[in-house]
Design a protein around this ligand. Structure first.
Ligand code: PLP
Length: 333
């Protein structure tokens, strides 16, 4: 290991940091930490609602979107009922189902994509909740508007479908679902968002979901009071006010994603085209993967060995800044 400072490209954080307006909001308000926050962050809910053209009654805010995932399982899946998602997707769906002793089934991916039609054979009368990460973590692929609507039109409205859009702002694909329009047509659709990714507030733990009012009311009944601290909600409001920062992060990410993807393919790596802020690499042999991981780590770059999620021959690299990506290519050349 050389003496350089480690650059962390293992958790899909925003390499450009967060909006300066968010930092300003924290700096001007931190002296009130001896006070409890509001029971529910009203101003943040109003801000999100205005941004999406819905009512604040449709919004749930949580200490990270994982907390909302947990709440959805707790609220909508009874002890004898089941969760359905995809294999090679965000691990928290299965983990949190397990913590709550709920059975979780996993549909296979097709060509690294979460194809909704692969879910259909696994749906039974116990299925209550379906989680789809879009873009998918770790493969970075998306499902399209048409594919999501096909699923919603074919399944019972008793099943809640959660479309997890933690990375949606990074997608440049015009077929990406207009999930808000679908949610108006199919009230069993829940749209999940995070402030941890493009908004750059991972350390503050804050996320939100948009859902039909009755569903939101049920979620609130199970919610721990004061669970969202006020510095997080102030920073989140400020971040939503700085769409220029979001735009800059998305554009820079897309340019660097193209660069890294084409250079890695030129070097003969197997890389999946991504719509997120990370790339998925798969290898024929585990030791080939280890060599790439070790080379980068020894040169101060930490990426994600997906072994920790049961994928022995894959790596996930968060897309960094231009200089970092150029270093990665130089090291692997
Ligand atoms: C698809 C997906 N959803 C949700 C999350 C969790 O985000 P949060 O930090 O808001 O809990 C992640 C984090 O990696 C993720 O990849």
């Amino acid at each position: 290991m050389t003496n350089t400072k480690i650059i962390k490209l293992s958790s899909n954080e925003n390499c450009y940091g967060c909006s300066p307006l968010a930092l300003q909001a924290i700096e001007s308000n931190y002296r009130a930490v001896h006070l409890y926050p509001e029971v529910s962050p009203v101003a943040l809910k109003e801000k999100i609602a205005a941004q999406f053209g819905v009512s604040p009654k449709n919004i749930i805010v949580g200490a990270g979107s994982v907390r909302i995932i947990d709440g959805l399982i707790q609220t909508y899946v009874g002890s004898d009922e089941e969760v359905l998602t995809f294999e090679k997707s965000f691990v928290a769906y299965g983990q949190l189902s397990g913590f709550q002793k709920r059975k979780c089934h996993f549909a296979p991916l097709s060509d690294f994509r979460c194809l909704p039609e692969n879910l259909l054979p696994l749906i039974n009368n116990k299925t209550r909740l379906i989680f789809i990460a879009n873009p998918n973590n770790p493969t970075g692929t998306i499902i399209t508007h048409v594919e999501l609507e096909m699923l919603l039109s074919k399944i019972s409205s008793d099943i809640t479908v959660v479309i997890d859009e933690a990375y949606s702002e990074y997608s440049t694909n015009t077929s990406f679902p207009d999930s808000l329009a679908l949610q108006k047509k199919y009230p069993n659709l829940v749209i999940l968002h995070s402030f941890s990714k493009i908004y750059g507030l991972a350390g503050l733990r804050i996320g939100y979901a948009i859902m039909e009012e009755h569903k939101a009311t049920r979620m609130i009944q199970n919610k721990i009071p004061f669970s969202v601290n006020y510095l997080s909600s102030d920073a989140a409001i400020a971040s939503l006010n700085d769409q220029e920062f979001i735009h800059h992060s998305a554009i820079s990410n897309a340019a660097q994603r193209d660069y890294l993807y084409s250079e890695l393919t030129r070097l003969d790596f197997h890389v999946v085209p991504s719509q997120a802020n990370f790339l998925y690499l798969w290898f024929d042999k585990e030791d080939e993967k280890k060599k790439v991981y070790d080379t980068l780590f020894q040169n101060g770059i930490l990426i994600c060995d997906l072994n920790v999620f049961g994928q022995q021959k894959s790596l996930r690299i968060t897309i960094g800044k231009k200089e970092t990506n150029q270093r990665i290519i130089a090291m692997l050349s």
